[in-house]
Design a binder for this molecule. Sequence first.
Ligand SMILES: *Cc1c(COP(=O)(O)O)cnc(C)c1O
Length: 368
Amino acid sequence: MALHTVDVDRSDPEYRAWLKEAVRKVQADANRSADTHLLRFPLPEEWGIDLYLKDESTHPTGSLKHRLARSLFLYGLCNGWIRPGKPVIEASSGSTAVSEAYFAKLIGVPFIAVMSRTTSRAKIELIEFHGGRCHLVDDPCEVYDVSARLAEETGGHYMDQFTYAERATDWRGNNNIAESVFAQLELEPHPEPAWIVATAGTGGTSATIARYVHYMQFDTRICVADPENSCFFDGWVNSDPDATCPSGSRIEGIGRPRMEPSFVPGALDRMMKVPDAASIAAVRILEDALGKKAGASTGTGLWGALRIVAEMRAAGQAGSVVTLICDPGDRYLDKYYSDAWLAEHGIDIDPYVAELEEFLAGTSIGLG
Ligand SMILES: *Cc1c(COP(=O)(O)O)cnc(C)c1O
């Protein structure tokens, strides 16, 4: 006798209507958004080198994590991982949680951020402003396990940016950050940059930019600038996927204790390890040049980009270099913009500020 077909239909019209509406709301938010500016950083004209900053601080939630949060929500919704009434939970150093709280509120699900107790007060307030709840832990290495546990206890979804950032973003284009930068460079003297310098938290931004460049067959090279307390540089240099770093990064948003799954080392050409004092000096210089405050990760990338500018200048090479403004400085007035905070952490930015000033004035040729 022939077997009968076994057939289980769990289709739930109510859930599908909710899903459709949630995806529409996220897409509609994107549809209402304008592109972020590509700003020019002033350099002496005779150098023949153009330096640009993609200003990601102008997203509605203030950082490049707005793009990531949108992609993660669409990925989680379309995979059936985010469900009505169930919380979304994230391990975050702050910026991602701010953006995810915004999208959670938009589609009407609860949001819980699991973060290190050292996260800036302003970011915690922003998460709460967007209706999210903060669960603070003492050891930054705990955030992953605590998030997974909370998801289990609540029946919610652990978003896991450090695993899914690189795959949730459509790296072939579709208005990702790389496609946007290249479109904005079209009418510039050097539309194909010699270098793009990114920094890495999840590693998603550098992965998206690098993959796009390779996919489009551009000659642009990709550098990631890493802060002091991070394993990415050592892991990349030694091809060691098990590299770790015991102390938490002082540069919010970047630098990780482990090689995150979303960091794609093989796609990168180069890495630099930048002193934290140099990163902070560079954001002070950014304010002098553009009248804009930014978070310290912006300084890490800017320091790296200016080192490459110095190198190109020494080699008599004309061209362009691109880096990012990752988030705004007003989140860190009591940190990177506070002399008391710098003193408390034994960070002396003066030698690096002097180096930058001399380099930009043309009285020195390089940066250490
Ligand atoms: C996340 C983040 C970065 C790095 O971006 P990734 O795509 O996660 O590597 C840089 N700066 C800030 C402020 C961030 O929040």
